[in-house]
Design a protein around this ligand. Structure first.
Ligand code: NAI
Ligand code: MG
Length: 491
């Protein structure tokens, strides 16, 4: 037990905050050595395969299939058959039953999924347990509720399903992005071919067991693993009626070019470089928590991460001092430890990208701060980082780093804050910290961002639409708006 510091009549506090390790047990997850593709309710073997690892230890977890264009074709054929053989004409109230079942099973098995998500992706267990899993289940519950109310959601517009949806998702929220994509698609009566990201296929593969438990008709959901080539084959397939993509702006642009003139529907949820704007009248300690949550949550692998902090000049010094102090208390390490705040970087490729941009920041003249922390030897790690003395022209102020790296800039007036915040090709999210309600509303109107949080950050809810402006993409996921991309209207 650490020694306690007693000061007069105040409650004693430990001199040092050392925690005993509190690892979550891995025993709840039973992995197969090999996974095929989940097509038409069956497991299909492929010619090519690859190994998926745990980024925190580089341990091989399983061998996973690399879907070929022929496999994608088989999956699209299965999805089309399921669409025509009953799913699309099922009453909404019947489709809802399956979605409610999936939601409940996810809740029942949430510990198992949370452990696997942290194992395969590197995120802290407290996040997969308290954020990813509850939200994934909530999305299925929410869209289950819409399935039999589409006529009311879009009165006099005669909504009908689109057909077969091809869905491509990234590695930062593997199961949650699966839920964001599947729930509205199924609620609207579509069938799906979904491709998980190459580094994080395991929760999607385990999810196939949930589909079996829920007795979803075969072929309604097909999971095809593989890298970008598999994704490209899905985008190109003439039997797909709609593409939903979440990932890099670069690939999003390529997909949009590819689909031009094909008549396929498209939604893109791409990168971001969000401004988190702190005014001098805000609750400063609360803002510091919001800044930390905004950029170090999920190792900063968040498209809407608050990666550009704009501090009003009058509070710049105390804010940065408080922030640096708070960083010292962040616990970086084993994703399965319940005390961990910052886990492993998702892949070697992503770590290299973060390192390259951080080196650019130092070279261009920004001042770097990292709290003292011992990083594990194996696996992919990056210490929480703050850059001060950042000019707007620096790469670290312009490009998406997608890592635990914050760039601090300053402003004097609200007008200047708006101008600087909007000075980016992206427009996914923003944060405003101030006591004044009128200022919040004015800022929200001026900021060119799909989501504006006030006195909070990184809050998600299935009822609230999410999506971007400019190069952050188009189309909305979540809420009533999230149904539209999966429907046709005979107007
Ligand atoms: P990526 O865009 O290459 O990968 C996302 C998904 O797209 C994966 O499932 C991938 O297999 C698939 N994909 C790749 N190439 C494709 C193609 N030509 N056609 C169809 N699908 C394709 O992203 P990556 O390379 O993993 O990360 C690069 C950067 O992108 C990150 O550093 C980050 O800045 C950004 N990113 C943004 C995300 C977001 O949530 N907005 C998610 C992931 C990455
Ligand atoms: Mg890529």
């Amino acid at each position: 037990m650490t020694e306690l510091d007693r000061k007069q009549d105040r409650a004693p506090v430990p001199k040092e905050w050392t925690y005993a390790p509190a690892p979550e047990s891995r025993d709840v997850v039973k992995l197969q050595d090999r996974y095929g593709l989940f097509i038409g309710g069956e497991w299909l073997e492929t010619k090519e395969s690859y190994e998926t690892i745990s980024p925190s230890s580089e341990e091989v977890l399983a061998t996973v299939s690399q879907g070929s264009p022929e496999d994608v074709d088989t999956a699209v054929t299965a999805a089309r058959a399921a669409y025509s053989n009953g799913w699309s004409s099922l009453p909404g109230s019947e489709r809802a039953k399956y979605l409610f079942r999936i939601a409940r099973i996810l809740q029942e098995r949430s510990r198992e999924f949370a452990v696997l998500e942290s194992l395969n992706g590197g995120k802290p267990i407290k996040e997969s347990r308290d954020v990813d899993l509850p939200l994934a289940a909530a999305h299925f519950f929410y869209y289950a509720g819409w399935a039999d109310k589409l006529e009311y959601a879009f009165p006099n517009r005669k909504p009908t399903p689109v057909g077969v949806a091809g869905q491509i998702i990234p590695w930062n929220f593997p199961l949650l992005m699966l839920a964001w994509k599947l729930a509205p698609a199924l609620a609207c009566g579509n069938t799906v071919v979904l491709k998980p990201a190459e580094t994080t296929p395991l929760t999607a593969l385990l999810f196939c067991d949930v589909l079996r438990q829920a007795e979803l008709p075969p072929g309604v959901v097909n999971i095809v693993t593989g890298d970008g080539r598999t994704g490209a084959a899905l985008v190109e397939h003439p039997g797909v009626d709609k593409i939903a993509f979440t990932g890099s702006t670069e690939v999003g642009k390529a997909i949009q070019r590819q689909l031009a003139g094909t008549g396929k529907k498209l939604t893109l949820e791409l990168g971001g470089k969000a401004a988190n704007i702190v005014f001098d009248d805000c609750a400063l300690d609360q803002a510091v928590e919001g800044i930390v949550n905004g950029i170090y949550f999920n190792q900063g692998h968040v498209c809407c991460a608050g990666s550009r902090l704009f501090a009003q000049e009058s509070i710049y010094e105390p804010l940065v001092e408080k922030l640096k102090k708070r960083l010292e208390t962040l616990r970086v390490g084993d994703p399965l430890d319940k005390n961990t705040d910052v886990g492993a970087i998702n892949s070697k490729m992503q770590l290299d990208r973060i390192k390259e941009l951080v080196a650019a920041g130092e070279e261009e003249g920004a001042e770097i701060y990292q709290p003292p922390c011992v990083l594990p030897e194996k696996g992919y790690w990056f210490a929480p980082t703050v850059f001060t003395n950042v000019a707007q022209s620096y790469r670290i102020a312009q490009e998406e780093i997608f890592g635990p790296v914050l760039s601090v800039l300053t402003f004097r007036t609200p007008e200047e804050a708006v101008e600087k915040a909007n000075n980016t090709p992206y427009g996914l999210s923003a944060g405003v910290w101030t006591e004044k309600g009128s200022r919040i509303l004015w800022m929200a109107q001026q900021l060119r961002a799909g989501v504006v949080w006030a006195n909070t950050f990184n809050r998600f809810d299935p009822t609230s639409p999410f999506g971007g402006y400019k190069e952050s993409g188009f189309g909305r996921e979540g809420g009533l708006h999230g149904l539209e991309p999966y429907l046709r209207f005979d107007e």
